[in-house]
Ligand binder design. Structure first.
Ligand code: CP
Length: 304
């Protein structure tokens, strides 16, 4: 398969190969010269139909460190505003001899749809509330780096599970690697299909934190909600926000993760986000090496 559309299309061996390749690129980007010439013959288009800071810049940097040619597209400044369709937009870009497309889109399944209609390798950089595969890969890679391995670890994903592509991709990735997964949040933000995913469900944050080795804190995605799912931000913070006092009262030190962007003082306080327990910026740093690995491995298949 010449795409990365979701973690659900991967197996454990795929993830191992991505991580071994990422280990190599992590060493490369810590050298004084952070580039390798591997993809001088590949052109990549980064298509963002939805806002992004980390994913967009991380992909661009990963591509440049592999020496690929890169073009960037943001739908807000494009002819999408004049009514051009997704397939027409991408086919026009591909006709400029582009080999690979990285796409973020608000619609779940946009990457799968595109992969059936255009002739290029597609990487899903987040499709609505569906999947964000490279985020889940960099999250697991960061757990592996911090705790030695993912297998056997207990990971709780806290917050707005219902609207989170990070949650779904993380559930798939963690389970493939043999971790135990729990989701924790208000009932209104836990999807009905959760029972089918083989994860534990907990509505009490303290119980969840006492159970886990790692807590991945999610942002409440107000932009994906038509109505208010939870009475108020203040109540959310009281029941589901992590703060230093809460963590200090646990009987063990847990690792705190967050995919970003953070809403400081809502799901996480600054004294936790900026503490040694948090690996939030390590996640961002690892994202470049993991994305280099994904792009390199897909590009190797294009070249065959
Ligand atoms: N984690 C993540 O996807 O962040 P951005 O929305 O800034 O890309």
């Amino acid at each position: 398969v010449n795409h990365l559309l979701g973690i659900k299309y991967l197996n454990e061996k795929d993830i191992e190969l991505i991580f071994e390749t990422a280990d190599h690129f992590k060493e490369v980007i810590n050298r004084p010269i952070k580039k390798v010439p591997s993809l001088r013959d590949i052109t990549i288009a980064n298509l963002f139909f939805e806002n992004s800071t980390r994913t967009k810049l991380s992909f661009e940097l990963a591509e440049k460190r592999l020496s690929a040619d890169v073009i960037n597209f943001s739908s807000g400044q494009s002819s999408v505003k004049k009514g051009e369709t997704l397939v027409d937009t991408v086919n026009n870009i591909l006709s400029m001899k582009v080999d690979m497309v990285v796409m973020r889109h608000p619609n779940p399944g946009a990457g799968v749809f595109l992969s059936k209609h255009v002739d290029a390798s597609i990487i899903n950089a987040g499709d609505g509330a569906h999947e964000h595969p490279t985020q889940a890969l960099l999250d697991s890679y960061s757990i592996r780096e911090k705790l030695g391995e993912v297998k056997g670890k207990k990971v709780v994903i806290v917050g707005d599970i219902l609207h989170s592509r990070v949650a779904l991709s993380n559930i798939f990735a963690l389970q493939l690697q043999g971790a135990e997964v729990m989701v924790c949040g208000p009932k209104t933000l836990i999807p009905k299909y959760i029972d089918k995913l083989g994860v534990k469900v907990e509505t009490n944050l303290l119980k969840a934190l006492n159970w886990c080795n790692v807590a991945n804190m999610l942002r409440v995605q107000n932009e994906r909600m038509d109505i208010s799912y939870f009475p108020s931000t203040r109540e959310y913070t009281q029941q589901y926000g992590v703060n230093k006092e809460l963590l200090d009262n646990l009987d063990k030190e847990i690792t705190i993760m967050h995919p970003g962007p953070i809403n400081r003082g809502v799901e996480i306080t600054s004294d936790v986000a900026d503490s040694k327990q948090a690996i939030i910026l390590d996640q961002v740093q690892n994202g470049v090496a993991v994305r280099m690995a994904v792009i390199y491995l897909l590009a190797s298949k294009i070249k065959q």
